[in-house]
Design a binder for this molecule. Structure first.
Ligand SMILES: [Zn+2]
Ligand SMILES: [Zn+2]
Length: 334
């Protein structure tokens, strides 16, 4: 559940789908679940960046839940901003950097690229920083992008993962493109270890680049997925080359060639012609964070419109990924 969704969203959901959170084996299947009860099940929060739409539920409900010291995981940048909110000026001081009696929230720092950190039960997370548009004055000469995060979430016993992006801008428009590093990290895991990607596509196709405000539109998302597909093709070629080498069946000249290509860092122009068709087969891409204030323009929910546009572009390129529009209350197995 997004920490931006609060008790109000839960109340609406339980009205239309009273059994949505019910697990089939649950002993007491007769009683009605309340939004507060469901909210109390949250054992930790994982926050990609501190924009209000990602925090409002967490902030507003912090004082009304019975939980104590629930960890709020995020990077230093995210946690400092959250700490400002709970400074006592605009909201009571309900969060602490250490475990403190009476504080419902404990701020727990994640270090990007520090491997996997256990967060709750058998789940671990690996954090990578991504860019989310200019942070302030777009006319300033030095204006580093606003920081957001991508999370690799791993179920430790099975070693299966999924990849979840916070809000993110396209590498092609960023002054600090960082998505490609995430794609390079994800590529060797697709699709056996990692078969589900959650990524935003805030805007529909007709949104001009200058009005994206650090978000993706279908064309840009499909450029990003193509970048991932290239990394997948390259990673498979590399692992084929090294297994040929290991099997000892390659000739001397083949081995030399492999070593040469390993040494050579491919430039963008080199890999533009890589055949990416089918490279993302077995990957499900869940489209999140669609801006729903535009829904009056369309006769269908905006997430279906946007997912449809992404699907068409993905199919045109033959990438092979399945595109799914995420809806509130949807049951997702990854
Ligand atoms: Zn944001
Ligand atoms: Zn957002």
């Amino acid at each position: 559940m997004r920490a931006g969704s609060g008790l109000g969203a839960l109340r609406r959901l339980l009205k239309t789908q009273p059994d949505v959170f019910r697990v089939p084996t649950e002993a007491d299947a007769s009683g009605k679940l309340t939004p507060a009860e469901v909210y109390s099940w949250i054992r930790c929060y994982l926050i990609s960046h501190p924009h209000l739409d990602h925090l409002s539920g967490l902030v507003l409900s912090a004082g009304s839940t019975k939980s104590a010291s629930t960890p709020v995981y995020g990077t230093q940048h995210t946690l400092e901003a959250i700490s400002d909110i709970f400074s006592g000026k605009i909201w009571p001081a309900l969060a602490s950097w250490t475990e403190e009696p009476g504080k419902p929230l404990r701020l727990a720092r994640l270090s990007p690229d520090d491997g996997y950190t256990p967060i709750v039960g058998s789940l671990s997370v690996r954090t990578m920083v991504v860019s989310h548009g200019p942070s302030s004055d777009t006319t300033a000469t030095s204006n580093p992008p606003y920081e957001s995060s991508a999370f690799f979430l791993r179920h430790d016993p099975s070693a299966r993962e999924f990849l979840f992006f916070g809000d993110v801008e396209p590498d092609t428009l960023s002054s600090n493109p960082q998505n490609r590093d995430v794609w390079r990290t994800a590529a060797p895991k697709i699709p056996d270890v990692l078969s589900a990607l959650f990524i935003e596509c805030s805007w529909p196709e007709d949104r001009p680049d200058e009005l994206l405000y650090g978000h993706l539109s279908p064309t840009h998302l499909v450029e990003e997925l193509t970048s991932l597909a290239r990394e997948v093709v390259e990673s498979r070629a590399r692992s084929r080359a090294s297994s040929d080498e290991d099997s000892g069946q390659s000739t001397d000249s083949e081995r030399q060639h492999t070593r040469r290509s390993k040494r050579r860092r491919r430039s963008d122009s080199d890999i533009r012609d890589v055949d990416v068709r089918g490279a993302l087969a077995g990957l499900r891409v869940y489209i999140i964070h669609c801006k729903d204030d535009l829904h009056e323009t369309y006769d269908r929910p905006i997430q279906e419109v946007i997912a449809g546009q992404v699907r068409t572009l993905v199919n045109d390129r033959g990438l092979g990924a399945e595109i799914i529009a995420v809806e509130q209350g949807m049951l997702i197995s990854v």
